[in-house]
Design a protein around this ligand. Structure first.
Ligand code: GUN
Length: 288
């Protein structure tokens, strides 16, 4: 029987533990604040930002949302980040990516104070991750690691294949798996015979952003399959539906364990954001 890994349940448990730790006496009633900056009106990004604010309220973090027009200048965005860096009521800062064309993502990410970088994307934090030092781990790959642990997957010595090499998921995912002694292969658009490489995976992580790209021909029987994709497509009935990067119906019968879309990795990203925000606050207050 294939184990369906329930991201909603694991995310709820993580959020409950964040809420518990934020209620502890040692915080002396101090409130943790998370600033989320959205530039432009991309509907998917706007929906994520709303869900993040809801998660914040659920766990006892104060959400500070900054919704800026798509034509915001680099100077104005930089000035906002400088203000948030200096704001004592804000312990975490997240700028929703991608930014509209014309804004320099590298400049923005590097401008966030590393201590408040709850995405773990700042060059200093990515460098610390590479060195195996304490730092915020990027939320989506950290969420995948939690799911693998909760599902009881043995990583040491396993062959993990990551499909996708983005800075948000693929690259940090490879580092986190390596940290746990997996043998890691990273595939991308230039990989020759992708299906053959994927079929060698004990753990297959798909993070490419292409609907149902991973089919039965990519999966070794008995593999664990993690689907990071969240793609909105029009179904046969003309309605909009969410599908992953994995063709779930074709792959699930082959897998030992698999994450569904929705309800797999998606809720974990937001849960880990709450955990990273708590941890950033504890570090800033000298409690961690
Ligand atoms: N866009 C998609 N995923 C993410 C994420 O984890 N962090 C930020 N800042 N933007 C994103």
């Amino acid at each position: 029987m294939t184990q369906i890994i329930d991201g909603n349940a694991v995310a709820a448990a993580i959020k409950a533990s964040v809420a518990d730790s934020l209620g502890e006496r040692e915080l002396s009633g101090r409130r943790v604040g998370l600033a989320v900056v959205l530039v432009g009106d991309d509907p998917a990004s706007a929906a994520y930002v709303r869900m993040k604010a809801r998660d914040c309220r659920e766990v006892g973090i104060e959400p500070h949302d900054y919704l800026l027009p798509a034509d915001t200048s680099q100077a104005d965005l930089n000035a906002l980040i400088d203000r948030l860096n200096a704001d004592d009521t804000v312990q975490g800062i997240l700028v929703q990516l991608p930014l509209p064309a014309g804004l320099d993502t590298e400049q923005v990410v590097a401008r966030i104070a590393p201590a408040k970088d709850v995405d773990g994307f700042h060059p200093e934090n990515l460098g610390r991750l590479l060195r195996g030092l304490d730092a915020p781990r990027p939320c989506t790959p950290a969420g995948v690691m939690c799911l693998l642990d909760r599902a009881g997957v043995q990583l040491s010595g396993a062959h993990a294949v990551v499909v996708g090499r983005s800075l948000i998921v693929g690259k940090p995912m490879a580092l986190l798996l390596l940290e746990r002694n997996a043998t890691v292969t990273v595939c991308h658009s230039r990989t020759r015979d992708l299906a053959e490489v994927c079929r060698q995976a004990d753990v297959l992580v798909a993070a490419v952003g292409r609907p149902k790209m991973i089919g039965a021909e990519h999966v070794k029987p008995g593999a664990v399959v993690i689907d990071v994709g969240i793609n909105r497509v029009t179904g046969d009935d003309g309605k909009s539906v969410l599908v992953g990067d994995v063709d779930y119906d074709a792959v699930a019968p082959l897998a030992t364990a698999i994450t569904p879309v929705p309800g797999g990795v998606g809720p974990m990203t937001r849960a880990l954001l709450m955990a990273n925000t708590r941890d950033a606050a504890l570090r800033q207050w000298g409690l961690r």
